[in-house]
Design a protein around this ligand. Structure first.
Ligand SMILES: *Cc1c(COP(=O)(O)O)cnc(C)c1O
Length: 433
C-alpha cells in the first residue's frame, strides 16, 4: 500500500485527516485507508493495484454494483446535454414519479443534494406544520450532521468518541430529545413530559448507523400509534434503508405509513442526491407554496437525476429478482461468517435485515446503542485488518452496517468465507495470547 500511504500523506497536508468525511480515515481500525482509483461491479482497486471485494458500497448507494453500464451511460448522456441549469428539468418529475411509485406514503417530495439536507429540512417542515419546537430522535441513529441532529448520533461519532460535537451550542440542541431505540416506554414518558410540544419523531426504521439494529416486533407500529395520538409527525429516515431493504424501504416491509420520509444514498445512484417527502398537506407548506423556506443551487441536479432514474428504474423493473437475490446472498455471507465465528470460538452477534448487516463482536443481543457499544472493538479492528489483507473491504467501524449489491454472487460468497475463516482464527488467537 505504498502509493496509498504517499497519497494519504499528501492529502493530510491539504484536508484535515486527509479526508472529507471522518470514518474514511480508518482511525477505528488502524492501518490507513487504501486510496481508490477505480471500481467495477463488486470490486474496488486501490492506487497500488490491489483489488478489494466491496462490502460498503460507497456507504450504501451502489446497490447495482460499481460502474453499472446503464448508470454510466445515463450520466454520460446527461453530462453531454449540460451538467447544471439552475432551472426545472423534465427529469425531476421522472424520478419523483418513480419515488412515489416505490413509496406510496410520499405524495409530494423535494430533491436536495444530501441526506443531511433532507432530514434537516424535514424537521423544519414538521416544526412549522405542528407549531411545536421539540422533536425526538434515538440514540445511535444518525440523521446527517446538522446541529440539532448531532445528539447521540452513532456511527462516525461513536467511532471517534466525540460526545455530540464541539461547536454545537447547547441552545441549538435544547429542543432535541434523545431516547434509547426500541424502548416504547421512553417515548411515552417523553410525550407526557412534553405534552403538545413535540413536533415529530425521527427514526431510522432499521438502524444502520450504530451497526445494523432491527426494530423489535411492534416497535414501529407503536411509534406510529403514539405520534398519531399526540398530533406529532412520524418521520422515517430511510436514507440508508430506502430502495435497499425493499423497493419501498423499511416502511414497506414493516407495513407502516410515516407522515414524511427522507431519502438519499441509492436515490442518487452514487451522485449527490437526497429527498424529503410525504403527505401533500405537509409538503405544500414549502416555499414557494408556503412559508417554510428551503432551497438549493444544485437541488435536482440533472446528473444526479440521471443516475437516480437509471438506478431506481432498474430496481423497479427487476424488483422481483433483485430483492430475493440480495436476500439470499446476504444471508449466505452474514450467516456463513457467523458460523465461522462460532467454530473459531469468537463471540459474534449477527444482525441482518435484507442486504444490510453487522457482525457485532459481542455474545449479547444488540437491540440499541448501549448494547452495540458493548462490542469488543479491538476484536473488530483485528477482524477488519485481516479481511482487508485478504482483499475484502468491510466498513471501517464496528458501528457501520455492511452492504452488498447485485454484483455479489457465488464467487464472492466463497471468497468472503475463505477470508473470514482465516480472519476469525486470527481474532481467536488474539484472545488466547
Ligand atoms: C447517510 C445517512 C444520512 C446522511 O446523508 P448524507 O448524504 O451523508 O448527508 C442521514 N440519515 C441516514 C439514516 C444515513 O444513513
Amino acid at each position: 500500500m505504498q502509493l496509498s500511504r504517499q497519497l494519504q500523506r499528501r492529502a493530510e497536508t491539504l484536508l484535515p485527516g486527509g479526508v472529507d468525511s471522518p470514518v474514511r480515515a480508518f482511525r477505528a481500525v488502524g492501518g490507513g485507508p487504501p486510496f481508490v482509483v477505480r471500481a467495477e461491479g463488486a470490486y474496488l482497486w486501490d492506487a497500488d493495484g490491489n483489488r478489494y471485494l466491496d462490502y460498503f458500497g460507497s456507504w450504501g448507494p451502489m446497490i447495482l454494483g460499481h460502474a453499472a453500464p446503464q448508470v454510466v451511460k445515463a450520466v454520460q448522456e446527461a453530462a453531454a446535454r449540460g451538467v447544471s441549469f439552475g432551472a426545472s428539468t423534465p427529469t425531476e418529475a421522472d424520478l419523483a414519479e418513480m419515488v412515489r411509485q416505490a413509496f406510496p406514503s410520499i405524495e409530494m417530495l423535494r430533491f436536495v443534494s444530501s441526506g443531511t439536507e433532507a432530514t434537516m429540512s424535514a424537521i423544519r417542515l414538521a416544526r412549522a406544520f405542528t407549531h411545536r419546537k421539540h422533536f425526538i430522535k434515538f440514540e445511535g441513529c444518525y440523521h446527517g450532521h446538522s446541529d440539532a441532529l448531532l445528539v447521540k448520533a452513532g456511527s462516525g461519532i461513536a467511532t471517534l468518541g466525540i460526545p455530540g460535537s464541539a461547536g454545537v451550542p447547547e441552545e441549538t440542541i435544547q429542543h432535541t430529545i434523545a431516547l434509547p431505540y426500541n424502548d416504547i416506554a421512553a417515548v411515552e414518558q417523553a410525550f407526557s413530559r412534553y405534552k403538545d410540544q413535540i413536533a415529530c419523531v425521527i427514526v431510522e426504521p432499521v438502524v444502520g448507523n450504530a451497526g445494523c439494529i432491527p426494530p423489535n416486533p411492534g416497535y414501529l407500529k407503536a411509534l406510529r400509534a403514539i405520534t398519531a395520538r399526540e398530533g406529532a409527525l412520524l418521520i422515517f429516515d430511510e436514507v440508508m434503508t430506502g430502495f435497499r431493504l425493499a423497493l419501498g424501504g423499511a416502511q414497506d416491509i414493516y407495513g407502516i405509513q410515516p407522515d414524511m420520509t427522507c431519502l438519499g444514498k441509492i436515490l442518487g445512484g452514487g451522485l449527490p442526491c437526497g429527498a424529503f417527502g410525504g403527505r401533500a398537506d405537509i409538503m405544500r407548506m414549502l416555499a414557494p407554496l408556503g412559508p417554510v423556506y428551503q432551497a438549493g443551487t444544485l437541488s435536482g441536479n440533472p446528473l444526479a437525476m440521471a443516475a437516480g432514474i437509471a438506478t431506481v428504474g432498474t430496481l423497479i423493473e427487476r424488483r422481483d429478482t433483485i430483492y430475493p437475490q440480495l436476500e439470499q446472498v446476504a444471508a449466505a455471507v452474514a450467516e456463513g461468517v457467523a458460523g465461522l465465528a462460532r467454530k473459531a470460538g469468537v463471540a459474534v452477534t449477527t444482525n441482518r435485515v435484507g442486504s444490510m448487516f453487522t457482525w457485532f463482536f459481542t455474545a449479547d443481543p444488540v437491540i440499541d446503542y448501549d448494547s452495540a457499544s458493548r462490542s469488543n472493538t479491538s476484536q473488530f479492528a483485528a477482524f477488519h485488518r485481516a479481511m482487508t489483507e485478504s482483499g475484502v473491504w468491510l466498513p471501517p467501524s464496528q458501528f457501520e452496517a455492511a452492504f452488498l449489491g447485485t454484483a455479489h454472487g457465488e464467487e464472492e460468497i466463497r471468497a468472503t468465507l475463505a477470508a473470514a475463516k482465516e480472519a476469525m482464527d486470527r481474532v481467536a488467537a488474539l484472545e488466547t495470547h
